[in-house]
Design a protein around this ligand. Structure first.
Ligand code: NDP
Ligand SMILES: CC(C)=CCC[C@@H](C)[C@H]1CC=C2C3=C(CC[C@@]21C)[C@@]1(C)CC[C@H](O)C(C)(C)[C@@H]1CC3
Length: 430
């Protein structure tokens, strides 16, 4: 196979092509800061009075001291120290090496499985620090928020350039969607499919370790800040957010091999969209509820706590059961004897169980969990509902991209499948 046969040019743009890629890159970076300045105690509320926003925005953007305040050497040293810890943990903690799915070359990428033990080590060190030195020893993330965000953004931009340059190494396998020849588009979407330094696969490493685990550490820091302010007492709402989100992260890390069949790993390149998503968006946007609860100490009471608990539990049940059924099936197991159809490509598609309910039942479970995390903050502001709203948009877009991929892969069989399983996500709704 020649190099151009293996890595054909991308002819079809997503996200409205290069202008869209540019605007999204700037827009999502701006959004991480906007969610802080638009929802914090220093800016006067969540959100601050709406009539003040335009004037504050223009005066801040025009002021040199504002731009300088985004960088903070201590915050940067915390972040880069944390990233280095994750790399060292990946290197030193024991873990099996497992193979991913078959690549276009016929080969397979190998991955070291120790994300969950990295998580346990981080939690152990954090718990030990708080136990020994008190809640006040772990509030530094709350105090250096903006500086830590900026360091994460610098890391994400730096990695996007690095992997773009690495994708020109000879023999590199490119993402089918990220080889358009347009710099800004390919830099955003990701040109290289599996950028690797030595044995370190950057895409899966970034997706599971430095951002996802940091999300939980941030939540712990927010809970510590709340405890300091309340004389050691943490609200029921903060406990719910802390426990549910830590559980969600632990589940993803514990099931690390399942990541290797997701669209990000099998299909998408590693560019700014993922480096930024993994390193900045996930930890600093997904932790908005916990940060909000520091300065809005909502007490839910037993009834609302039960409602939030039930929404989260049903979401998790659907999410885990659906992902479990698909993972078992893709690994050649069918313990529940689910019905399936065989396609001309040789691959089979489940048509009963959760995958008979809709074509993306796992997204429904994920969305229910997202909703429950926002419900834990009460109903005083729409800002803490940003996550489920953004997530619904992301998952609908993702589902459309996935269906396009499946329709190409399975051809007429996909048509047959969509007749057997007519609903995309929620029966009778979508
Ligand atoms: N918290 C967050 O921010 C995010 C979370 N997620 C979560 O990540 C998880 C992975 O999501 P994602 O990678 O998007 O997609 P899925 O895990 O749903 O995988 C989609 C693939 O599954 C296979 N498939 C589709 N239908 C069937 C069927 N009936 N039987 C068997 N296999 C089938 C197809 O691949 P093939 O047939 O080629 O094997 C398809 O491409 C989800 O649970 C999602 O909710 C995702 C994005 C963001
Ligand atoms: C706004 C922007 C730049 C978005 C980029 C999208 C990313 C934030 C998400 C793409 C797919 C993701 C997944 C998870 C986190 C969010 C991103 C990176 C995930 C690691 C969360 C935990 C789950 O258990 C998971 C492992 C299934 C999941 C995989 C996909």
């Amino acid at each position: 196979m020649t190099a151009s046969e293996l890595n054909p040019r991308t002819k079809h743009y997503e996200f409205l092509g290069p202008p869209g890629a540019f605007l999204i890159s700037v827009g999502v970076t701006f959004m991480v800061y906007a969610l802080y300045f638009g929802c914090s105690e220093t800016s006067g509320g969540c959100p601050p009075p709406l009539e003040l926003i335009p004037q504050r925005l223009t005066s801040s953007l025009a002021s040199k001291s504002f731009w300088l305040s985004l960088f903070d050497a201590k915050g940067a040293s915390y972040y880069f120290g944390w990233y280095a810890f994750c790399v060292v943990a990946w290197m030193l903690l024991p873990g099996d090496w497992v193979e991913g799915t078959v690549l276009r070359t016929g080969g397979k990428q190998v991955y070291k499985i120790n994300a969950f033990s990295t998580f346990l080590l981080s939690l152990g060190l954090t718990a030990g620090t708080i136990w020994r030195f008190g809640f006040g020893s772990f509030t530094f993330i709350y105090e250096h928020w903006v500086g830590i965000v900026t360091a994460a953004v610098i890391m994400a931009i730096g990695q996007a350039f690095l992997v773009y340059a690495m994708s020109f190494r000879s023999g590199e396998l490119l993402a089918l969607g990220g080889n358009s020849g347009n710099f800004i588009y390919d830099w955003f979407i990701g040109r290289g499919l599996n950028p690797t330094i030595g044995y370190l696969d950057l895409k899966s490493f970034n997706e599971l370790r430095p951002g996802l685990i940091l999300w939980v550490l941030i939540n712990i820091s927010m809970a510590c800040e709340q405890a300091v302010r309340r004389g050691g007492n943490i609200t029921d709402s903060m406990w719910l957010v802390l426990v549910f989100q830590a559980w969600y992260v632990a589940d993803g890390l514990y099931n690390e091999p399942a990541l290797f069949t997701t669209i990000d790993i099998t299909t998408d390149g590693f560019g700014y969209m993922l480096s930024f998503g993994d390193l900045a968006w996930v930890p600093f946007v997904y932790s908005l509820q916990a940060r909000y609860l520091v300065f809005n100490q909502v007490e839910l009471g037993p009834i609302m706590t039960t409602v939030v608990f039930l929404v989260n539990a049903s979401g998790y049940w659907i999410f885990r059961a659906a992902n479990g059924e698909k993972n078992d099936f893709r690994n050649g197991r069918n313990p529940k004897n689910l019905k399936f159809m065989t396609t001309a490509s040789g691959s089979k598609l489940l048509t009963s169980g959760w995958w008979g309910f809709s074509r993306h039942p796992n997204y429904v479970g994920d969305l229910l969990m997202a909703l429950s995390w926002s419900m834990a903050t009460g109903f005083n502001t729409p800002v803490t509902y940003f996550y489920p709203i953004y997530f619904a948009v992301l998952l609908i877009h993702r589902q459309l991209r996935d269906e396009e991929k499946c329709s190409k892969k399975y051809g007429a069989d996909w048509e047959k499948y969509t007749k057997l399983v007519p609903w995309r996500m929620i029966p009778y709704v979508y």
